[in-house]
Design a protein around this ligand. Sequence first.
Ligand code: BG6
Length: 477
Amino acid sequence: MTVDKGFLWGGATAAYQCEGAWDADGKVSSNWDWWLHERGLPNADVASDHYHHVLEDIALAKEGGHTAYRFSLSWPRIIKDREGTVNEAGIAFYNKIIDACAEAGIEPFVTVFHWDLPVYWEELGGWTNTQTALAFEHYARVCYEAFGDRVRSWVTINEPKWFTSRGYLVGDYPPFHQNAQEYIQAGFNIMLASALGVKVFREGGFEGSIGIVHSYTPVYGIDDTIESQIAVRYADNFNNNWVLDTAVFGEFPIDLVTELSRTYDLSCMKPEYLRIIKANTVDFLGLNYYSSTDVKAWTEGETTLRFNTSGKGGERGKIMVKGWFEQVYNPHHKFTDWGMEIYPEGLYHGLKKAFDKYHVPLYISENGIGCYEDITDEPVHDDYRISFLQDHIAAMLDAMDDGVDMRGYFVWSLFDLYSWISGMEKRYGLIGVTDDEEHRRVPKDSFAWFKRVIETGGDCIDRSQYKDDPVASPESA
Ligand code: BG6
């Protein structure tokens, strides 16, 4: 199939990861600024300096044939304090991006929140405090009112699961806590915030559509025994359903809530908030796909939540929830230097599964591979990235052939940017950014390759390659 003209092709970024200018023009500190400064960890104070290179970046996206640009707005750049005072300089910056997109014929695909929380909310407990969710309503309204005349595609929240689990459960993202009770509260509050974001969008009668973006981890069982099927359900609730079911159906999976109620305090789930969630569901889903996961029934040992943050290829992360499920690795699969499984088949199956279940339009809102690369004035020959993207786009096109309603595909990332706690050395960009003070943009080979994909509407993609592994369901490792 050739995708139709309205299909969005582009690159994605997020404010904290690329803008830099962390304290410029009235921006207040975010939770990331605060925590990383406090702990002396690699930060994104400058990052890709998108704040000062934004016109060049959009010109490059145009040169690459992109029809859309996914970026996020920074809450601490737009709202100055708990009273909700608007920072006009922040609004002006995003007007500049949106106007440049319009001039370039590029559709802005805008995420309202991509993890950078104003420090004045972090100080009060961040996402564990329902006040943060309630404050999101005002922030979202300010964004729609300022930019809604030109933006038609809105995302409330990027990846509710990822930053709350890493921040409150795994403990390697701000605020570096390991507390399941806090994780549950933060998870509930972020879904409430998303629903409030949908509510003000509908109440304001803004044009366009609104969705949520999820870090999608399709789950495979090691076999079809009932034990494995139960483990798959646990893992699917843990990884996906609490975000996707809640955003689309307006309800948290009741078996998950039942299970949690045995151990945790769920009093944050007040009836009036549950009604808001039920009444304000999304128009579409953005799925960020990096890898899937294989699980078996839990056998023994304490809950373990470990990621490879070292970038040393040999290390694998491990996710095991006591009594629920245990992650296993398929020995036949390939892995990135950060231990992420490379499995495009998972995207094909995952898209089909998500569409069959939710029946809403889907976007791949992020897909890409992080690698070590030296950026000089010579283009990087990133054939490994081309191969990764080619196989995943093939999987998407196959899913479309099988009836999945796909509306767009975004490469993570448009240009090199800060990779959360991995800093600037884990590079995802189609365009390289030099490490010096000039932050020169140097398109990689994948940039020209992706241009050709867009020009041909996906026709140049080789569909035979990605299916070379015939194992649809993994073997036990
Ligand atoms: C997604 C996020 O989880 O994955 C991005 O939306 C992030 O912000 C991307 O950068 C890749 O993850 P990482 O940790 O390798 O940068």
